[in-house]
Design a protein around this ligand. Structure first.
Ligand code: URA
Length: 267
């Protein structure tokens, strides 16, 4: 394979950015000091402690990751504390391949909060959600109804780290990050929640129905730390609209429905 072909192959795999001055050969790193015992039947909730390695952090078992995510998220009493807790959290393997944590953008005091899926390449580079092509469409969509992330909208994602090659996050990755986005919603306590796309709709509304069925239908979003449920509206993801422009008509209806709700708030 010549150099260019090798480079193309790496980009295809999602390694599309240099993240350090010098390359690191992780295959030649020393093996973990001690390997976990071979798999054998264990009680359902038994948690195996992670094995420390000087070079590569051992993956945190999925059940343990969810427990530590819940603890860390619950302990955060401000958005800054939550961002710090996420930055320290090692339970989601996506952190290891991402360049930056994409916590949020916009005004945390806004009445309207948008929650998308996960950062893409531009977001990963800038450390902010929805700044790439689909983010630009999202800005235009919310601009039509008088919203603007600098003043009256707050934007976050279910997953704050970019999945390699923009693949769909796995169930384990979503489960490890979910307590953080739920806490982020509690701490912002918006008056309206907009669920952008399939993953945030399914994750936050706990539904198996996809976005095609759910879009445009107002639902109540609840979580233990909220005083009252928040009205939540699933909408099509702008990346989907870019691929399927025929759906823009339905999307426009949903935006008008959102605008109506917002007008009711300010009365
Ligand atoms: N898609 C998302 O869902 N979130 C982003 O931040 C960017 C693209």
């Amino acid at each position: 394979m010549d150099d260019l072909a090798a480079l193309r192959y790496l980009v295809e795999l999602g390694a599309d950015e240099a993240i350090a001055e010098a390359p690191v050969d992780r295959f030649s790193a020393p093996p973990p000091a001690e390997l976990p015992a071979p798999a054998r039947p264990a009680p359902a909730m038994r948690v195996v402690a992670p094995v420390a390695s000087p070079a590569i952090a051992a993956p945190v078992p999925a059940a343990q990751a969810v427990i530590s995510a819940r603890d860390a998220a619950a302990a955060a009493n401000t958005l800054d504390e939550l961002r710090e807790a996420l930055a320290k959290f090692d339970g989601c393997p996506l952190k290891a391949t991402a360049t930056n944590l994409c916590f949020a953008d916009g005004n945390p005091e806004a009445k309207i909060m948008f929650v998308g899926e996960a950062p893409g390449a531009d977001e990963d580079r800038q450390g902010k959600p929805f700044v790439g092509v689909s983010g630009q469409l999202l800005d235009r969509m919310i601009g039509f109804i008088g919203l603007d992330r600098k003043t009256n909208a707050y934007i976050a994602n279910v997953i704050p780290w970019r999945p390699p090659a923009n693949r769909t996050p796995t169930a384990a990755e979503i489960a490890a990050c979910e307590p953080f986005i739920r806490r982020q919603i509690e701490l912002c306590n918006p008056q309206i929640l907009v669920l952008v796309g399939n993953i945030s709709t399914k994750t936050l509304l706990g539904t198996t129905d996809g976005i095609i069925r759910m879009r445009g239908k107002w639902r109540d979003y609840s979580s233990p730390g909220l005083k009252a449920p928040i009205p939540a509206l699933p909408i099509f993801h702008p990346a989907y609209l870019l691929r399927t422009p025929a759906q823009k008509r339905d999307s426009w209806r949903d935006l008008l429905s959102l605008k109506q709700r917002i007008q009711m708030l300010s009365k």
